[in-house]
Design a protein around this ligand. Sequence first.
Ligand SMILES: [Zn+2]
Length: 309
Amino acid sequence: MAHRPDGSPIRLGVHVIRGGSTGPTLYVHGGIHGDEYEGPEAILRLMSTLDPADIHGTLIGVPFVNPAALETGTRKGIYDQGDLNRFFPGKEIGYFSDLLCKLIIDEFVTRADYLIDIHSNGENLLHLPHVLYVDDENDAAAMSLELAKAYGTSLLHGGPAWPNVIRMEAVRRGIPAITPEIGGEGRMREGDVQINLRGVRNVMRRIGMLDGDYEQLPDSYTLIRSHHQGEYRNARTGGLLRSEVKLGDAVSEGQVLGRLVDPLGDVLEEVLAPQDGVVMGMRTKPHTLPGDWTYFVGRIVGTADKLNG
Ligand SMILES: [Zn+2]
């Protein structure tokens, strides 16, 4: 898609499986952030194990969609230090992140009927496995909830769209889209890879691309809704983070989630729960800079029934 100063090409590895019969086109990628590996590994395995004869339609898979962040194994890309998932839909002329987002939209998203944007929590954090979906836009948003259910995590996380995020840009174009958040800490745990493998196959069953029964769906779902107003608590100051809670704990507004201490052991900040809810994500790397993410407290808004069929 471009060249480095030494003339070597910057490339994207793209897999396409054209199925034995007609059907929809599903686009699945991982690695928008370069420190997330559970999705890329699942896509690589799917592409080498699915039999084209079993597939109705076309599967496009890009394991590492951000070569600039893959180069350094970091959340942000090396060329412009951009968080790629804040640059969609991209620009014809702009930073490298702008160019890459435009390429992803033009070459993949506009060819797709459905989109799966697999993430994990990057090298510093860990989440309870959940699937993000946009719940306030249009028919594509309603179908996004169906895809989220099919992915198979019991926690589903809806909310209004964030600007410049690929999930929103897809739904705006009428393409149902989900963002599974599976794993984290810069690892590639087998259980998390398996969640993604089952998830993509189950979505393919939900949209008629694969035959057969769903694998390991929960009997019901817990719905979280966020408004992107402080549910992700940023640290006010830096320090060494000592957590008082663990993933899955129910907490109430104002409760101390953790304390940031300095080298004398003095407490620089008590990180407080921004609302009542469940600790869905937390920083597990103690080293914390001012403004870093610390905890995500999700508010439970209801339940949803089992996926039918
Ligand atoms: Zn990510």
